[in-house]
Design a protein around this ligand. Structure first.
Ligand code: C5P
Length: 211
């Protein structure tokens, strides 16, 4: 499991990140533990206590998260990437604090590594990979494109434009798109319930792959 945001340094005291609270990813980790799975939770900085029983790996940047996932992915049956990885990072973070008196800095940005795309070649036939797609518009199209481009078995798409679901709140609604072409809706519910339903769908894929 990955969860939470990543932080990308601008200088020693400033960073760029996003509004991910980690709640959805932590809920999936808790659901997996409750179902009797061994769970490794690779987490960005969040204000949540990890579910008891998970192996917890704390990371800060997208590069850290990639290294942590790469190291552990061979050992897992199921990878769920719920982390909201920052898309861009300053190409040259300043070594010393930027002075406010110098005015707003011009920052040269570069993309962070795409973790799922980078590890896709390591995926074994018996493994199931699931991503998340947080979108404000064109949810279905974007989710299906990511499913294809990131070589996933499933992607859980959620609308982050509405205040009653998605980032930072306790409820969510998901549409799970499967590589096989089907989709399954999980109606607005506490994240724990969304997580349990997502996990069940992913367990079905895992079971088919192991046959
Ligand atoms: O491309 P986008 O960020 O919308 O894709 C979302 C999915 O891809 C999530 O599962 C997220 O954890 C994963 N991701 C990634 N590496 C990135 C950005 C996103 O693995 N650099």
């Amino acid at each position: 499991m990955t969860a939470g945001p990543t932080r990308e340094a601008i200088d020693p005291v400033r960073f760029v990140s996003n509004r991910s609270s980690g709640k959805m990813g932590y809920a999936v980790a808790a659901a997996a533990l409750a179902a009797g799975h061994e769970v490794c939770l690779v987490t960005g900085p969040v204000a949540l206590a990890p579910p008891p029983g998970a192996e917890v790996v704390r990371v800060t940047t997208a590069a850290d998260m990639l290294a942590a996932v790469r190291k552990r992915v061979r050992a897992c049956d199921l990878l769920v990437m719920a982390a909201a990885v920052a898309d861009w990072r300053p190409r040259h973070p300043a070594r010393r604090k930027l002075k406010k008196s110098a005015g707003p800095p011009r920052i040269d940005w570069e993309p962070t590594p795409d973790i799922l795309k980078t590890i896709a070649p390591l995926k074994k036939k018996t493994q199931t990979f699931c991503g998340f797609a947080a979108e404000t518009h064109d949810l279905a199209r974007a989710a299906r494109r990511k499913l294809r481009e990131k070589n996933l078995d499933a992607i859980a798409a959620n609308d982050v434009s509405r205040p009653d679901r998605g980032f930072a709140v306790d409820r969510n609604a998901l549409t799970i798109y499967f590589a096989a072409g089907r989709a399954r809706r999980v109606a607005l519910a506490p994240k724990a319930e969304c997580a349990a339903r997502l996990l069940r769908a992913l367990e079905e894929i895992c079971a088919r792959k192991k046959k």
